[in-house]
Design a protein around this ligand. Structure first.
Ligand code: NDP
Ligand code: A1CAB
Length: 254
């Protein structure tokens, strides 16, 4: 299938890297030099600069600009596309419908791990486009169809923004090991292995079971865990997800 990415930022490039394996990918952006540089890195894509009257008739569009740019870009689009896939955080289907003509509309929330074909992508929208959406986005990782935009906004907070939160944890753990006296390159390697092993465990086990199976009475884990609770890490995570979700809802009202 031919897919047209509008936008050439971090996410458009991440998606393109995975999508080219199974699809024909065109990338439309506003800066020719930027597009040429991207094409050198992802030679399978075709590139095109955004026209003032960009004809999207019959195309399958993946819209990848910032939410605030929806208005200014959509006024440059003419014709009716077949399916409009949006990756814009917060932006409602109704807002897309008001501004871009398409037969079907789909909202998706991939994450930055799309660049290594390991995104966790949540999807909602017109049921007629459900199977095709699941098929396209499964080429960049795991997919989950949800039935409401509210669920997608919550998924934005956890799976869209989440890589930044886990990266913070990874960085902090590395700093902790360095603080205890371990060389940084060794600390980084340990943390990478730790995340990969814990991800495998989480595939089959409840987090509480993993925690209980690690924590010996009066042991090292219990000593460290107490400090995490003192630092209100659990409370901070819950508040972070709530703040990100609220921001997604707020973006949808603009
Ligand atoms: N980063 C992430 O982890 C995730 C982001 N998203 C969503 O993806 C979308 C893109 O984000 P991201 O890739 O991170 O952002 P970037 O800033 O990397 O890319 C934004 C893109 O939008 C283009 N753009 C911005 N303003 C305009 C405009 N007025 N006219 C034309 N093009 C414009 C930029 O063009 P130019 O290069 O010329 O400036 C660029 O190609 C956002 O809507 C975000 O909500 C979704 C999931 C995860
Ligand atoms: O921070 C943002 O707005 C985007 C949405 C999900 C991840 N990044």
């Amino acid at each position: 299938m031919k897919l047209t990415l509008i936008g050439n930022g971090i996410m458009a490039q991440s998606l393109a890297r995975g999508l080219v394996k199974n699809h024909e990918v065109e990338m439309i952006g506003r800066n020719e030099n930027t597009l040429k540089t991207i094409q050198e890195q992802i030679p399978q894509i075709t590139i095109k600069t955004l026209d003032d009257q960009e004809n999207i008739e019959g195309k399958n569009i993946i819209f990848c600009v910032k939410p605030y740019a929806l208005g200014s870009v959509s006024t440059r689009l003419v014709g009716e596309c077949d399916i409009l896939f949006s990756i814009l955080a917060g932006t409602k289907l109704s807002s897309l419908k008001n501004q871009i003509k398409s037969k079907y509309y789909v909202r998706t929330m991939p994450n930055i791990a799309a660049s290594v074909q390991n995104s966790m992508t949540t999807i909602t929208g017109d049921n007629e486009a459900k199977n095709i959406a699941l098929d396209i986005f499964s080429s960049i990782g795991k997919t989950l169809w949800v039935n409401t935009e509210n669920q997608l906004d919550i998924a934005t907070a956890i799976a869209g923004s989440g890589p930044a939160y886990l990266a913070l944890v990874a960085e902090a753990l590395t700093d902790g090991a360095v603080n205890a006296g371990l060389e940084r390159h060794l600390s980084k390697e340990l943390v990478q292995g730790l995340f990969s092993g814990t991800a495998s465990l989480l595939e089959n086990s409840h987090p509480a079971i993993i925690k209980d199976s690690v924590m010996s009475p009066g042991g090292t884990t219990a000593a460290g865990y107490t400090k995490l609770e003192e630092g209100a890490v659990r409370d901070s995570m819950i508040k972070a997800i709530n703040a990100a979700y609220s921001k997604a809802v707020e973006l949808g009202k603009k």
